[in-house]
Design a protein around this ligand. Structure first.
Ligand code: TXA
Ligand code: MG
Length: 343
């Protein structure tokens, strides 16, 4: 069974069509919808039976909590028991947008949404289709990325259908998600902002508002809360081999590529724009200019899926600088690549 697909023009929202989606949300159904980061798979966040459907469709483990999406900043105060000063500052500056805040939850949030945690993750997306879906549904919408668990997040309606065909009720097709990586997830420890997952708002942007910002990687106390803790997160079907930056980056990538292709594997290369011409003869896709994290982020998941569609066995990926959105790109690539190969 193909899910129904409704095309929506984000610049001229047809509220009648969104109303059909809201009806499905009310009837405990599942609606995939575009956000500015990636497509989400939405259900009524206040109804545990509806939320169960999300975990089933995605084959998502029941200990991986969901983000609750709102369309109105006031709703934060009914979902969160406390909104610390730093959280208030950040949401005032970055909402609506790709920032998710993890806060102590109220009794309004079902246990299943937070998988038993005392905290809830909340985000107000800026995509107008997402916003009107939440608004017209008149409930907060729980939504993980609309991919099968462990696959790259979807940035188009086609990606969603590729993963979830037959498992969901409706896809709102609003074109390509512009940012291309998921939201930045933060929690608060006193005045410190701890970044659990780098994403669409950069650390530099967070620091300019909140000052004391730290990346949670390597903070063992919070490792259990850290999103993307599963090793297979963000993986394409192909193996990903990451080539670190440096003067020999192209040579190192070529060396890996030739070993693999001599071994009979189908090789794809994901290159920096500056290096793309150095990989003649190979199947090369350009991530973007190395210093332009935003462009790289917008292409990342699409490229990983394209290589999968071509039946590539191994993707040789060039690292980019971990600045701006480049940090989120590298975080996803390191997860896709898994632990470094010993040889
Ligand atoms: O951009 C996004 O955030 C997209 C769009 C659809 O909004 N959503 C998304 O959801 O990426 P998902 O489920 O794929 O990732 C949510 C991450 C998970 O890794 C989860 O561990 C973390 O947020 N998370 C959710 N609730 C949390 C909590 N209470 N404490 C810590 N981390 C939490
Ligand atoms: Mg996800």
């Amino acid at each position: 069974m193909k899910p129904r697909v409704l095309k929506i023009d984000p610049l001229r929202i047809d509220r009648g069509l969104i109303g059909q989606a809201a009806e499905i949300i009310h009837n405990r159904g599942l609606v995939a919808f575009p956000t500015e980061t990636v497509y989400g798979l939405g259900a009524n966040a206040l109804d545990p039976r509806a939320v169960t459907g999300i975990f089933e469709a995605k084959q998502r483990p029941l200990d991986d909590p969901l983000i609750v999406h709102i369309s109105n900043i006031e709703d934060l105060y009914s979902l969160a028991a406390e909104v610390p000063r730093q959280a208030d500052r950040l949401v005032s500056r970055f909402w609506p947008g790709p920032l998710t805040v993890v806060l102590k939850k109220t009794g309004m949030v079902p246990e299943l949404v937070t998988t038993g945690l005392e905290t809830v993750a909340v985000r107000m997306p800026s995509n107008p289709i997402a916003r009107s879906l939440i608004e017209i549904s008149e409930v907060p919408v729980a939504a993980p990325s609309a991919n099968l668990f462990g696959r790259p997040s979807p940035t188009t309606a086609e990606h969603v259908i590729g993963d979830l065909d037959g498992k969901i009720d409706l896809v709102l097709d609003g074109g390509t998600a512009e940012i291309g990586v998921e939201s930045t997830v933060v929690e608060f420890i006193g005045d410190k902002v701890l970044v659990l997952r780098p994403g669409g708002i950069s650390l530099e942007e967070l620091s300019s508002i909140a000052g004391d910002v730290e990346l949670a990687d390597g903070a063992p106390d919070h490792a259990k809360n850290s999103p993307g803790k599963y090793p297979s997160h963000y993986s394409p079907l192909a193996n990903v081999i990451l080539i670190e930056e440096g003067p020999e980056q192209v040579e190192n990538a070529l060396a890996e590529a030739s070993v693999r292709s001599d071994g009979g594997q189908k090789v794809g290369i994901m290159a920096k724009e500056e290096h793309a011409r150095g990989f003649g003869g190979y199947d090369v896709k350009v991530l973007g200019p190395a210093e332009d994290g935003r462009t790289c982020a917008s292409r990342l998941f699409h490229i990983l899926r394209e290589f999968d569609d071509e039946g590539i066995d191994v993707i040789i990926a060039e690292s980019i600088p971990e600045k701006g959105l480049g940090l989120a790109v590298m975080n996803r690539l390191r997860k896709a690549a898994g632990p470094p190969v010993q040889n």
